[in-house]
Design a protein around this ligand. Structure first.
Ligand SMILES: Cc1cc2nc3c(=O)[nH]c(=O)nc-3n(C[C@H](O)[C@H](O)[C@H](O)COP(=O)(O)OP(=O)(O)OC[C@H]3O[C@@H](n4cnc5c(N)ncnc54)[C@H](O)[C@@H]3O)c2cc1C
Length: 484
């Protein structure tokens, strides 16, 4: 959690940079004080636009960020902070003291009355940027995202670039403080970096991937609608990764919006091949069984930080359904390294036939201090594992198992599975006294509506951060010399 706190503080500081730079301006004769609402509006706009530009880095697939924060946190931060940026930017035009008077934002006279440069064009691009930002958030929250993820992603990317260009024009043309050289430099550099991040994801990486290709070397059914696939490097140096990380996989082409994230289910292999365990969900995953061996594949990665912490004394892994894909690589690596710490895996599925990788997992039991505890809802007559689902009751039962109970007190918990299961497991563990920093999760879905203690802490943190940013923008600019 302290990483999150450092991130939040650093983020808040970045948001406040343009406000601080506004003090480097000329004296009040050149830029006479305005009423406080006008200053507050300008402050919210500066904080909001900085937040928009920072959004590009949260999604820019920066490995250090993904490694430090984890993809879950980076993505949640991206989603939550976009909402604050939208609120700040939507509010700011209404706060100007001119609002409601005879002037209208699209009138040249309004621009003149606000004593800003850029005239109507600056205001027009501001309105367009706001519309595009609103569309992005509404589309991200609505069904468009679920119905056709790839198309939604492409639209999201194009709109983001639009917001960047239009927002920058509006800021530089109409922003009162953007007339100051220090702020012009600040906005230009931040916007350039954000654009570089966008081009990196949408253009540069696909181009670089050309020289680092793989081919599909295995497609094997493991259970109903679950497949194992393997890709083998054909040119360039193969991707290096830590077990437990994930990569964005593309098959057949280089289109930037057509890659999908999958946990690497193998330990690093000598020939550079990567394995994935994939459950059919929609277009991309359902087409996998029909893909010809030899199809060209590209990966972007590795990302995420779902690794066993060095400090952990014992590890309890909790996998639900396809969540097992996050653990097989970790366990294979532990077996290869001769890991000495005790590891237990509670693996829950609907029925025994849906369980995958059992032979490999059982093999690990012979090599290291590892025990697999399978749990199913619908056991067959010859079932001798746990029975139930991984809810509060099932978890309590699993944790009471002698093999688990002996290490549960000092263990580090790693959770991956369906969102509802993860929520329940996290809540139960934390309610039973496991410190939050000893519960590590990897989500396969980026819709975070969870109500686990961690999700609540995050949402409260976000609310406090947003309120502080709003409050500080009013305070700082009123100190700069608002008239009242
Ligand atoms: C970090 C991470 C690791 C994952 N690891 C695995 C794994 O090891 N095995 C596995 O079977 N699945 C894994 N998934 C889920 C997998 O990415 C989706 O099931 C897959 O992308 C669905 O694509 P589709 O076109 O078949 O289905 P669609 O119908 O397009 O999507 C179904 C749902 O999957 C999600 N999704 C689709 N595309 C993406 C994308 N590009 N980025 C993020 N979410 C997307 C969306 O919530 C969407 O509503 C992982 C997801 C994440 C975020």
């Amino acid at each position: 959690m302290y990483r999150l706190l450092i991130f939040a503080l650093f983020y808040l500081l970045l948001l406040l940079v343009p406000l601080a730079l506004s003090f480097l301006g000329p004296d009040s004769q050149v830029m006479p004080p305005r009423p406080l609402p006008d200053e507050f509006a300008a402050g919210l706009a500066m904080v909001g636009f900085t937040a928009v530009l920072l959004e590009f880095f949260l999604l820019g697939r920066f490995r250090p960020l993904s490694r430090t924060l984890g993809s879950d946190l980076a993505m949640q931060a991206h989603q939550l902070l976009a909402r604050s940026a939208l609120v700040f930017l939507c509010l700011h035009p209404f706060l100007y003291s001119l609002w409601g008077q005879q002037h209208r934002p699209w009138d040249e006279s309004y621009a003149q009355a606000l004593r800003i440069g850029g005239g109507s064009w600056g205001l027009f691009t501001g309105l367009l940027a706001l519309g595009a930002l609103l569309a992005m958030v509404v589309l991200a929250l609505g069904p468009a995202r679920r119905n056709n993820y790839d198309r939604w992603r492409l639209g999201h990317g194009v709109l983001a670039l639009g917001v960047l260009i239009l927002g920058l024009h509006h800021t530089l043309a109409s922003g009162r403080y953007a007339q100051l050289p220090a702020l012009q430099v600040f906005w230009s550099i931040l916007a350039l970096l954000a654009a570089a991040s966008w081009f990196g994801v949408y253009l540069l990486r696909p181009l670089l991937q050309k020289g680092q290709s793989y081919r599909l070397s295995l497609v094997k059914p493991l259970a109903e609608r679950i497949w194992e696939i393997e890709i083998t490097p054909t040119c360039g140096s193969p991707m290096r990764f830590s077990p437990g990380q994930f990569a964005w996989l593309k098959l057949g082409g280089l289109a930037p919006h057509k890659d999908h994230p999958f946990s690497i289910s193998s330990a690093p292999l000598a020939n550079g091949s990567l394995k994935f365990i994939v459950k059919e969900a929609g277009d991309f995953t359902q087409a996998l069984p029909g893909q010809a061996i030899g199809t060209v594949a590209y990966v972007d990665g590795p990302y995420g930080n779902f690794s066993i912490p060095e400090k952990a004394q014992a590890i309890i892994m909790l996998a639900g359904g396809i969540g097992i894909a996050s653990f097989t690589g970790l366990l294979a690596d532990c077996a290869q390294r001769g890991e000495r710490r005790p590891i237990r895996l509670i693996y829950a599925e609907h029925n025994p036939e849906q369980m995958v990788a059992l032979a490999d997992l059982c093999h690990c039991q012979n090599l290291i201090d590892f025990q697999l505890l399978p749990m199913v809802e619908k056991p067959g007559a010859d079932w001798n594992g746990l029975v139930g689902r991984l809810d509060a009751q099932g978890l309590a039962k699993a944790l009471a198992h002698p093999a688990v109970a002996s290490i549960a007190g000092q263990a580090h918990y790693m959770v991956c599975g369906p969102a509802a299961m993860m929520d329940g497991v996290e809540s139960h563990l934390i309610a039973n006294g496991v410190p939050m920093e000893r519960v590590q999760s990897e989500h396969f879905q980026y819709d975070f509506h969870g109500c686990s203690p961690r999700a609540l802490v995050l949402r409260r943190g976000w609310l406090v951060l947003s309120l502080m940013a709003g409050f500080l923008s009013a305070l700082v600019l009123s100190l700069r010399g608002a008239t009242g």
